[in-house]
Design a protein around this ligand. Structure first.
Ligand SMILES: C[S@@+](CC[C@H](N)C(=O)[O-])C[C@H]1O[C@@H](n2cnc3c(N)ncnc32)[C@H](O)[C@@H]1O
Length: 269
């Protein structure tokens, strides 16, 4: 079971938005609604990517300020284009850079679809706890990979593994088995944070047709697209054909799948 994969490609913001950003945006909005924070807080966002969660925070809080970190220059460039707003500062930085921030420097620290990609996630959570003021909130969400909560990705890996058993170890459900209600509660406890509230948040992912589903996988941004882009043309074509046969279509050619994330929040003592 590998935590990091050479296919974890976080560089091209346009490709990421076509593959994941369009589905991470609605989930981000639902997460911020569920957090239900008061107005005017200072937020720290880890792994902001192209700005899905950043935008959701700013849209729901007129007087929020967000410091948004990501280690990818390419994603930050896209985030700056997506979110023109004086209330946010996008800054190059990873979980390891949290140590340079002062203790209790923000009210809320959040991370959307990020924690599983951080190999040292317990120290990262401890850092989020350290930088939040007493009484503040640490919140995050990850896809419910083990429960098949991101159906378009599960369908991709099911087809890929049928053609190439090596792909089994690359699939996110295998890499991130802790992304369950129990696993996330244990992670939060290990980081020394109070017992969290955990909820499933869901959103549909409706693809216009098969091309709308398939093309983002060919763009190389993220683990599954990174794997797809690494295939020789004939192997990629076999994968495309298998998926085209297996995905359920509606009469109007759309492919309707679901996404589900586990949302976690805890109050710092
Ligand atoms: C699936 S994307 C999520 C992006 C965005 N939050 C969203 O919801 O669309 C994962 C993000 O984690 C970032 N990332 C990867 N490793 C990281 C680390 N060690 N520390 C902080 N962010 C990291 C990537 O650059 C990428 O932007």
């Amino acid at each position: 079971m590998a935590t990091a994969s050479r296919h974890d490609a976080w560089a091209a913001g346009d490709s990421y938005d076509a593959y994941m950003g369009r589905w991470s945006r609605p989930i981000a909005g639902r997460f911020v609604d569920w957090l239900d924070m008061p107005e005017g807080l200072a937020w720290l966002e880890l792994g902001c990517g192209t700005g899905a969660l950043t935008e959701a925070i700013l849209r729901r809080s007129a007087h929020a300020h967000v410091l948004a970190l990501d280690p990818s220059e390419g994603f930050l460039a896209k985030a700056r284009k997506n979110v023109h707003d004086p209330r946010v500062e996008f800054r190059l930085g990873s979980a390891a850079d949290l140590a340079s921030l002062p203790r209790a420097c923000c009210d809320v620290a959040v991370a959307g679809l990020v924690l599983n990609f951080i190999p040292d996630r317990v120290p990262a959570l401890r850092e989020l706890k350290r930088i939040v003021r007493p009484g503040g909130t640490v919140g995050f969400y990850v896809w419910d990979y083990p429960g098949g909560g991101i159906a378009f990705m599960r369908a991709f890996w099911t087809a890929a593994v049928a053609l190439d058993p090596v792909a089994r170890e690359l699939a996110e459900d295998r890499r991130f088995p802790f992304c369950t209600r129990e696993g996330l509660a244990a992670l939060v406890e290990e980081a020394g944070l109070p017992a969290p509230e955990i909820a499933a948040i869901e959103s549909p992912s409706i693809f216009r047709n098969f091309d709308d589903y398939w093309t983002p996988f060919t763009l190389g941004a993220g683990p599954a697209p990174g794997y797809c882009a690494s295939l020789a043309p004939d192997a990629r074509e076999r994968l495309r054909a298998r998926l085209s046969e297996s995905l359920p279509r509606q009469s109007n050619d759309t492919i309707a799948l679901n996404t589900r994330a586990w949302a976690v929040k805890t109050q710092v003592a």
